[in-house]
Ligand binder design. Sequence first.
Ligand SMILES: Nc1ncnc2c1ncn2[C@@H]1O[C@H](COP(=O)(O)OP(=O)(O)OP(=O)(O)O)[C@@H](O)[C@H]1O
Ligand SMILES: [Mg+2]
Length: 254
Amino acid sequence: MLFRSAVPVIRLWQLTKTYGDGEAAVHALRGVSLSVYEGDYVAIMGASGSGKSTLMSIIGCLDVQTSGRYLLDGVDVELLNENELSEIRNRKIGFVFQSFNLLPGSTALQNVELPLTYAGVRSGERRRRAAAALDAVGLARRYGHRPAMMSGGERQRVAVARAIAVNPSLMLADEPTGNLDSVATDDVLAIFARLNTEGRTIVLITHENEVAQHAKRVVRVKDGVIVDDTRQSPIDGPPPLHTLTKYAPAGAHR
Ligand SMILES: Nc1ncnc2c1ncn2[C@@H]1O[C@H](COP(=O)(O)OP(=O)(O)OP(=O)(O)O)[C@@H](O)[C@H]1O
Ligand SMILES: [Mg+2]
């Protein structure tokens, strides 16, 4: 049983984000307050341009808010220097994007090894952990494949393997199934369900109700504010519609 902290993983107070200024200013976030506790699985939904990716970049320490406060595991992110921020991005947070963002000239194994290289893991251990992460997403037979030789679903599973290789406690995914067909979408959702069951906190942006149904909580954003926040299932417990049969419980990558 994992120790569950009383401190939220993510705590946002009246967060705003304005791009540009004067006449050209875009108020992407207009006061977002949100707490996410360890083990939760949150789907963020909302129309195009409502501020979802902006919110995700701030949560992921890729950008900073214009005003308001953000505490990540109780630490005020604004007070961290660039080294501390990149340490957090590398070790604590696993990112998955709609467009996979894999290096085209590198094999699946090399792509998954990359964050381990940044984390200073030596080559033998790096290979072992990258291979275990690929095994955990059902890609044991694709180590040597480059992205162009793989389907969209396989590419996204490589991206998920890369995100979990460093064993982050928080997974952030921006439209991870946006470019996938329904079979590949189910694969990725099954992996996310397992990662959440293993104790990882997940925040996922999606446009699809079918995807949001798999989350424990759905937060709706409109014009830069949260307009709805619905819990679909308890934090302590499996995510709804979870299918744990397809990929054997791993932990191999730990
Ligand atoms: N770097 C930027 N500079 C200026 N404006 C930006 C920038 N990034 C986003 N915006 C604007 O901020 C608003 C919110 O954008 P954001 O990308 O967060 O929306 P989104 O909800 O993720 O939309 P989508 O569903 O299309 O991905 C939009 O009006 C967008 O044009
Ligand atoms: Mg977006």
